[in-house]
Ligand binder design. Structure first.
Ligand code: SF4
Length: 280
């Protein structure tokens, strides 16, 4: 049965989510930071994590952004195939939600309308929108505004099949080592393995902001565990000032690929890994 959803509802949800994710970190991220404060071995690193936690508390109490870089809005829309949108076009509604959220939430407007001419759009639109059609009659919205200190340090590697899992590990470690303090560590690392050039990059973004898929290969879980340990052994540490907490998490997604290739995308995020899901 077809379900009608007025796109105004989508715009409202996105407005609220843009504000909420910028004022308060998700529980999973807060928990990882709190744990890191206990496990960090360097006294300075411990102190920095303590300051990051204090900053989170201030942001929540005073209802102000966690970071001055409130990100470019990335929105994933999983649309049930039995949904019929009414009202203004869905893309306009998403952008209306972003515009209202960034305005009402007093969030920094960080988007330029053209990458070369670089004039600020002054309302943080357009958002980067990824659509997918799924079974059912719901719409799942994921909002993940992305800061560019860390986005700028992200990489795509087009490896050869013979590079195998060791090549994937080297690619991840290379991207993280090169990022160093520029990605505002402790970081969260999203990794996409397989697909095509663009599929790997989208998977790496999804790995940052969405819950892990339930049914996935064991090697992805093993890779996450090994990479987290090895990345934390790099010694970059909180704020890049040394320590045992360079990353809070490594999340890996994978997809089928071509016989001739092994794409690997590494999307790096800072500790302000903003993400929120809502189903309408
Ligand atoms: S990378 Fe993250 S912590 Fe650094 S300035 Fe951007 S949003 Fe803030």
């Amino acid at each position: 049965m077809i379900r009608e959803i007025d796109t105004k509802e989508i715009a409202e949800a996105i407005k609220d989510m843009c504000i909420a994710v910028n004022y308060k970190l998700s529980p999973d991220m807060e928990e990882k930071l709190s744990t890191a404060k206990e496990t960090e071995v360097a006294p300075l690193g411990k102190k920095i994590i303590g300051q990051l936690l204090e900053n989170l508390e201030i942001a929540e109490t005073e209802q102000i952004p966690i970071c001055q870089d409130t990100g470019m809005a990335v929105v994933f829309l999983e649309v049930g195939q039995d949904v019929h949108f009414t009202g203004e076009p869905i893309e306009d509604a998403v952008n209306a939600g972003v515009r209202a959220g960034y305005e009402e939430g007093y969030l920094r407007k960080s988007v330029v309308g053209d990458p070369i001419l670089r004039v600020n759009t002054k309302d943080n639109t357009p958002a980067v929108i990824h659509y997918s059609i799924v079974p059912g009659s719901n719409v799942k919205i994921t909002v993940g505004p992305k800061g560019f200190g860390s986005e700028n340090m992200s990489r795509v590697f087009m490896l050869k099949p013979a590079d195998g899992i060791e090549g994937v590990k080297n690619a991840i470690l290379t991207a993280v080592s090169d990022a160093g303090p520029n990605a505002c560590p402790p970081m969260v690392i999203g990794v996409g393995v397989g697909g095509t050039f663009e599929k790997a990059a989208i998977m790496a973004k999804e790995a940052l902001v969405k819950h892990p898929e339930e049914d996935r290969p064991q090697w992805t879980k093993d890779l996450e565990e090994e990479m987290l340990e090895r990345i934390n052994g790099l010694g970059i540490g909180p704020g890049g000032l040394g320590g045992s907490t360079t990353a809070l998490a490594v999340n890996v997604r994978s997809f089928a690929t071509h016989i001739a290739g092994l794409p690997v995308a590494v999307n790096i995020c800072c500790h302000v890994n903003r993400h929120m899901e809502r189903t309408i």
